[in-house]
Design a protein around this ligand. Structure first.
Ligand SMILES: N[C@@H](CCC(=O)N[C@@H](CS)C(=O)NCC(=O)O)C(=O)O
Length: 244
């Protein structure tokens, strides 16, 4: 069976799942555990590639990264295309913006997680009994530190938000110009751009459930006020196009 390895709270995993679900591609989902799951992840990742999730294993072949998985979903699935040839160069530019924004956001999220015991407890594996979770929360802090080191998420997180996130969101606002889609119809450009807003205010729990501590670590009240129009656009896109 086709298997997707991911982190349920990660915007990258959500991009991959959105594309797979849009194309009605069947898969089973397995949660990756940072640090503890690293040896297995390395073993599954093709040589020469940085081990990260989401990772799709399909018929013994590995498809690493949300973009590659979304393209694979388009090959396999049904439904309206997300990557029309004419849109591809622009989709790639939005993907590059989204990657930069989410990397900046990750630096801030892991820094916040290291100080937030509630978010740490929420990031522990679901099978652990609730009574043990507060005790084991520091283990999740180790996991967060590991992710920060592995993905070089250090430096001034606030400066990265100012220099990377805000300009990208301004560009998105201008490109949309009040329209529902970036390219006149729903495409992967909308998906990858919409996920940038996860670090402004995460989408509703109906679509991507997060515990309160995790939600807080991903939220930014000042940016939410400044980009309220983009949040409304993202919420509309989810309501219309995100299949459960
Ligand atoms: N460009 C990749 C980025 C994936 C990525 O950065 N994944 C991180 C998400 S925090 C990850 O795997 N972290 C957990 C780990 O490395 O163990 C994509 O589009 O999927």
């Amino acid at each position: 069976m086709r298997t997707l390895y991911g982190l349920s709270y990660s915007p990258w995993t959500e991009k991959a799942r959105w594309a797979l679900d849009h194309h009605r591609v069947a898969y089973r989902y397995r949660e990756h555990l940072p640090l503890i799951g690293e040896p297995l992840l390395r073993w599954r990742t093709p040589r020469g590639m940085r081990p990260a999730v989401p990772l799709l294993i399909d018929d013994g072949e590995a498809f690493p990264g949300s973009f590659t998985i979304a393209r694979r979903a388009e090959e396999l699935g049904q439904g309206e295309p997300l990557f029309s040839a004419a849109d591809l160069p622009a989709i790639q530019r939005w993907e590059a913006d989204s990657e930069q924004v989410l990397s900046a956001a990750r630096a801030r999220v892991v820094a916040r997680l290291i100080r937030n015991p509630q978010a740490q407890a929420e990031s522990l594996p679901a099978f652990l009994p609730s009574g043990l979770r507060p005790l084991l929360a520091p283990t999740a802090r180790l996991g967060a530190r590991f992710v920060a080191r592995k993905h070089q998420a250090h430096g001034d997180a606030e400066a990265a938000i100012r220099d990377t996130v805000i300009p990208s969101l301004e560009r998105l606002r201008e490109a949309l110009g009040g329209q529902p889609y970036l390219h006149g119809h729903f495409s992967y450009a909308d998906i990858t751009a919409a996920l940038m807003l996860q670090c402004v205010r995460p989408v509703d729990d109906r679509f991507l459930p997060l515990g309160p501590g995790t939600r807080e670590a991903w939220s930014d009240a000042a940016l939410a006020e400044r980009f309220a129009d983009l949040l409304a656009w993202r919420d509309g896109l989810y309501a219309k196009h995100r299949r459960p």
